[in-house]
Ligand binder design. Structure first.
Ligand code: COA
Length: 250
């Protein structure tokens, strides 16, 4: 159990909130497990028709907790992180994301699994894996070029160039940009609109939208996971992650 992920449900909408603001909602192993559990519970609950995934008005998620990465190398594809990725990739009901501030690493790649993404004006989506000696995960090496095209994906994944909110909307990574203070309310309202619709039609439509990619996506998550885990133990990643933690003033 962790308080760093909060869950609630009302009127057909389950809300999953990343709640570790002092660490910019960086995800620990316990948080990945809680996220996977929250999605499993939302799937099993016939009263839940849609899920909102959110941080707060200042930050969505700074990616995997870097200290966790160094102290507790991922155990492979049975690790809670991979369980969460497989769960969100397969999740059958619509997921609406409300994103303010930074969405980095898995904080950005998890958005590729959401169906509607609403971003605040100050949001940035950043995929800095290569600069950290790592590779993209969560199937993002497959999904990102599908959404934005190869060259833009290469700039994001190889050069590590972030997308600001407006650029993210231009290339189709987010549905709409709103003032930061309005994002979470809008995401909730859109989820409520979905929850008022016939659930079987929603679920079947999501299944069809994703069906062309689904099998390849689950394979890609496994492939990426194996390479990611290997690179995490190599000197380039250890040095880059260590230097983040050793920043002056820390
Ligand atoms: N893992 C662990 N701690 C993290 C973290 C992460 N991924 N991201 C932020 N934090 C911590 C910082 O160490 C700091 O902790 P401290 O106050 O105890 O020193 C706190 O969160 C605030 O972060 P800070 O960097 O001061 O905030 P900022 O507003 O200047 O920058 C980010 C926010 C998200 C841009 C920046 O924290 C960042 O780049 N984080 C790392 C992102 C990353 O590389 N993730 C891994 C991808 S695989």
């Amino acid at each position: 159990m962790t308080d760093d992920v909060l869950t609630s449900a009302a009127e057909g909408v389950a809300t999953v909130t990343l709640n570790r603001p002092a660490k910019k909602n960086a995800l620990t192993t316990a948080m990945y497990a809680a996220l996977a559990d929250a999605l499993d519970a939302a799937e099993a609950d016939a009263g839940v028709r849609t899920v909102v995934l959110q941080g707060d008005e200042t930050v969505f998620c700074a990616g995997n907790d870097i200290r966790d990465f160094l102290d507790r190398p991922q155990a492979g594809t049975d690790d809670p992180a991979f369980r969460f990725l497989r769960t969100i990739a397969r999740f059958p009901k619509p997921v609406v994301a409300g994103v303010c501030g930074p969405a980095v690493g898995v904080g950005a790649t998890m958005l590729l699994h959401c169906d509607l993404v609403y971003a605040g004006e100050g949001a940035t989506l950043h995929f800095p894996f290569v600069d950290l000696g790592l590779i993209p995960e969560a199937g993002s090496s497959l999904l990102l070029p599908q959404v934005v095209g190869h060259q833009r994906a290469a700039a994001a994944l190889l050069l590590g160039e972030p997308f600001g909110a407006a650029a993210a909307a231009d290339v189709g990574l987010v549905n709409q940009v709103l003032p930061d203070a309005e994002v979470l309310g809008h995401a909730r309202a859109q989820a409520a609109r979905l929850a008022a619709k016939p659930v079987t039609a929603l679920v079947e439509t999501k299944r069809l939208l994703r069906s062309g990619t689904q099998a390849a996506l689950l394979d890609r998550i496994e492939d990426e996971g194996a390479v990611f885990t290997r690179l995490l133990g190599e000197p380039a990643a250890q040095a880059a992650l260590g230097s983040f933690l050793a920043r002056p003033g820390r």
